[in-house]
Design a binder for this molecule. Structure first.
Ligand code: NAI
Ligand code: MG
Length: 398
């Protein structure tokens, strides 16, 4: 086996803890790699005025495969306050290194799988018609366009004259907002491009074929957001018809989808959506399979092969300084499995997932979230497993 080089970006808070555990699990399954640690996060904002220094960008450029923990972000004013004194007057403005990562490397495909592990007490359950408790199997892969749409960052408060004049050429703008003083207007745009929309759709369909899902559900709102959602819907129909006739295309509205996913989550396979709706629907599905302790993600650029694997959760600062860490490492470990899938190490990924599945099913070792405790230092005394104990138990199963 060739020894891989992986860029490890622990980031802040519990990011460091869970990443360490995932790397131990990768070692235990026989995955040989050199991990090069990169600097990212709050510490570098405070010290250097840049939460993602250029040397980190170079590392990623060079080695391509990234395991990422989590970072801390804070609002603009707080960010400025915490800067090193010599940097305070330099006019630096904090912006999230995660967004920078996506934009820098064009990581336009985001995949968030949500699979329930049988036996997880956090799984979604419902009551059947004859009053029995049912636990539907959830196995959904959400593809979220990761670089444009409502999170594209093209926005203004009190827009400049040229923008305002352009808006005033639109009959709906004149009708609904034409009498509002420009100083009272904030605009966030929702820009979709043909190329990026095609790429996310194709990624979704290809995934459906590769992993034998029978349907792809487009989850937008084309009846109301006619231009962007509408364009995506039209493209989805075309791509399905011409390239993936064996896969069914379903079309749901984001609002209705949020209702249906608690009614019949087992009906869905691959879901595809623009940036914001993808963000929303993936969090909703994650809630059905155990929430932040279980939700993983991959962000990648199919052209360059640069890919970042990370849990969906943040740095959970309130648990960061616990002297025994209590957070669930499974989301990070599952993210590491997604990395293995991506680099053609599916067998090892399978082994890790099997170990996690057995452990969750047995139910003897559970972190505080799985025991439905509120997070606090004494959950360990109440019988919750620590982060390390959970990882050790998974390694034991391997
Ligand atoms: P968070 O995800 O860090 O924590 C929210 C709550 O979820 C925690 O208090 C904890 O109860 C629970 N939780 C999170 N991870 C868990 C785990 N592995 N096991 C068990 N429970 C877990 O989100 P929050 O508190 O909104 O943000 C904290 C910081 O993280 C902020 O600075 C935020 O900007 C940043 N953040 C970073 C993300 C990233 O790096 N991708 C994503 C989300 C937030
Ligand atoms: Mg989110």
């Amino acid at each position: 086996m060739i020894k891989r080089t992986i860029v490890a970006l622990p980031g802040d808070g519990i990011g460091k803890t869970v990443l360490d555990e995932a790397i131990r699990v990768l070692g235990a399954v026989g995955f040989e790699a050199e991990y090069i640690e990169g600097d990212i996060g709050w510490e570098y904002w405070k010290k250097e005025g840049n939460p993602m220094p250029d040397r980190t960008i170079d590392l990623i450029e060079k080695h391509k495969i990234v395991l990422f923990g989590a970072i801390t972000s804070k609002p603009k004013d707080e960010a400025l306050n915490e800067l090193a004194p010599e940097l305070k007057e330099k006019g630096l403005i904090y912006s999230s290194p995660i967004v920078a990562l996506r934009q820098n490397f064009g990581l336009d495909i985001c995949l968030r799988p949500c699979r329930s592990y049988p036996g997880n007490p956090l799984n979604f359950i419902r009551r059947s018609a004859n009053n029995l408790i049912e636990e539907p199997k959830v196995d959904v892969a959400i593809f979220r366009q990761n670089t444009e749409g409502l999170y594209g960052g093209v926005e203004w408060s009190n827009p400049p004259l040229k923008v305002y004049e352009a808006l005033m050429t639109h009959p709906k703008f004149i009708l609904n907002f034409g009498k509002v003083p420009v100083s009272q207007i904030s605009v966030s745009t929702r820009i979709f491009t043909l190329r990026a929309t095609e790429r996310i759709l194709r990624a979704a369909f290809n995934h459906a074929v590769k992993y034998e899902y029978k349907s792809v559900t487009l989850c937008e709102k084309p009846n109301v957001i006619r231009e962007t959602s509408g364009m995506m819907y039209k493209l989805a129909k075309k791509i399905q018809k011409t390239e993936f006739p064996q896969i069914e295309l379903w079309n749901t509205n984001i609002d209705a989808q949020m209702m249906w996913l608690t009614k019949n989550p087992e009906n869905y396979g691959v879901i595809v959506a623009g940036n914001m709706f993808g963000d929303i629907v993936s969090d909703a599905f994650a809630g059905l399979i155990g929430g932040l302790g279980f939700a993983s993600s991959a962000q990648y650029n199919p052209d360059t092969g640069i890919a970042v694997f990370e849990p969906t959760h943040g740095s959970a600062p309130k648990y960061a300084d616990y002297h025994v860490s209590i957070v669930n490492p499974i989301a990070m470990i599952e993210s590491a499995c997604m990395m293995l899938d991506f680099i053609d190490e599916q067998d090892r990924a399978k082994k890790i997932r099997k170990a996690v599945a057995e452990l969750v099913f047995e139910g003897k070792i559970r972190t505080y979230d799985m025991m439905k405790f509120l997070g606090s230092q004494d959950v360990i005394n109440k019988g919750a497993a620590s982060t390390r104990q959970m990882a050790d138990a998974i390694i034991g199963k391997l």
